[in-house]
Design a protein around this ligand. Structure first.
Ligand SMILES: NC(=O)c1ccc[n+]([C@@H]2O[C@H](COP(=O)([O-])OP(=O)(O)OC[C@H]3O[C@@H](n4cnc5c(N)ncnc54)[C@H](OP(=O)(O)O)[C@@H]3O)[C@@H](O)[C@H]2O)c1
Length: 250
């Protein structure tokens, strides 16, 4: 369904703020039109729309809870209705909460699986099948180094992100050769609200590079995976060497 002469289209879930905003702007600057999904409307979302417009992108803004399959399917419908093509899906939405093994709440556990795994699964499957049926496409999901080296105290989050890796590797097989499916696994980039200075420094000290990454570092990796036509089924850490380092950062 690709149309000659029209710009390629990238859909970014939770594209209105933080890492998602950097991904949206990387694609907008690279000449894509963008679909910016959000769940909660925050001031940053409108800023992202304005910044994407400023570099010449056409933008759709769409609200959805992507843990609900029908809403993920609606995101595809509005995209195709407006642009008649989808070249890239970035499954960026996620959530980060502790689930200490001794105080395991059902609610938090389900929320971690919904917001990290199902929010990635429903869009990836829905867009992936459409892309395959239309001949090509590229999907990148945001995992976490915790999928490969779990954080103590984050059982549900770690399970969900490991599920994202399993999803990416499986879809890379199921949707080949038309659609490529990859993951980026960030290390410490932007800390969650409430992380103390001390906690932040501890995470930074556990990287080989002794500094946090930037949202742009992640966005560049996502763009690279979409541009390189011979990569599928990989998980690319963008982690300052966190996976390689021991817990003392050496
Ligand atoms: N920040 C880091 O250093 C880091 C490190 C490793 C991995 N990552 C991964 O990279 C991605 C982006 O990170 P970030 O820190 O920029 O994210 P973030 O600030 O935690 O924001 C994630 C966004 O996802 C949205 N979301 C969560 N569940 C959703 C659902 N069910 N349906 C629709 N939207 C949903 C949230 O919407 P609401 O605004 O409504 O809550 C939120 O705006 C995430 O997948 C994260 O796990 C980040």
């Amino acid at each position: 369904m690709e149309q000659e002469g029209t710009k390629p289209v990238a859909v970014v879930t939770a594209g209105g703020a933080r890492i998602g905003q950097a991904i949206v702007l990387a694609f907008a600057r690279a000449g894509y039109n963008v679909v910016i999904h959000y769940r909660t409307l925050r001031p940053a979302v409108q800023t992202t729309v304005d910044l994407a417009h400023a570099v010449g992108a056409e933008v759709i803004l769409h609200q959805a809870d992507l843990a609900v399959r029908a809403q993920a399917e609606q995101l595809l419908e509005v995209t195709v209705q407006r642009f008649q093509r989808v070249d890239v899906l970035v499954a960026n939405a996620g959530a980060f909460e502790r689930t200490p093994v001794d105080q395991f709440s059902d609610d938090v556990c389900r929320r971690m699986l919904d917001d990290n795994l199902f929010a990635a699964l429903w869009v990836s499957r829905t867009f992936g099948v459409w892309m395959r049926n239309n001949g090509n496409g590229s999907i990148v999901a945001l995992a976490d180094v915790a999928a490969l080296r779990p954080w103590r105290g984050y059982l549900a989050y770690n399970i969900a992100k490991a599920g994202v890796v399993a999803m990416v590797r499986t879809l890379a097989k199921d949707l080949a050769p038309a659609v490529r499916v990859n993951a980026v696994a960030p290390g410490p980039i932007l800390f969650p609200p409430g992380f103390s200075e001390e906690q932040q420094q501890r995470e930074i000290d556990r990287t080989l590079l002794r500094r946090p990454g930037s949202p742009e570092d992640v966005a560049e990796a996502v763009l690279f995976l979409c541009r390189n036509n011979y990569i599928t089924g990989v998980v690319l850490p963008v982690d300052g060497g966190r996976l390689l380092a021991g817990d003392d950062g050496h």
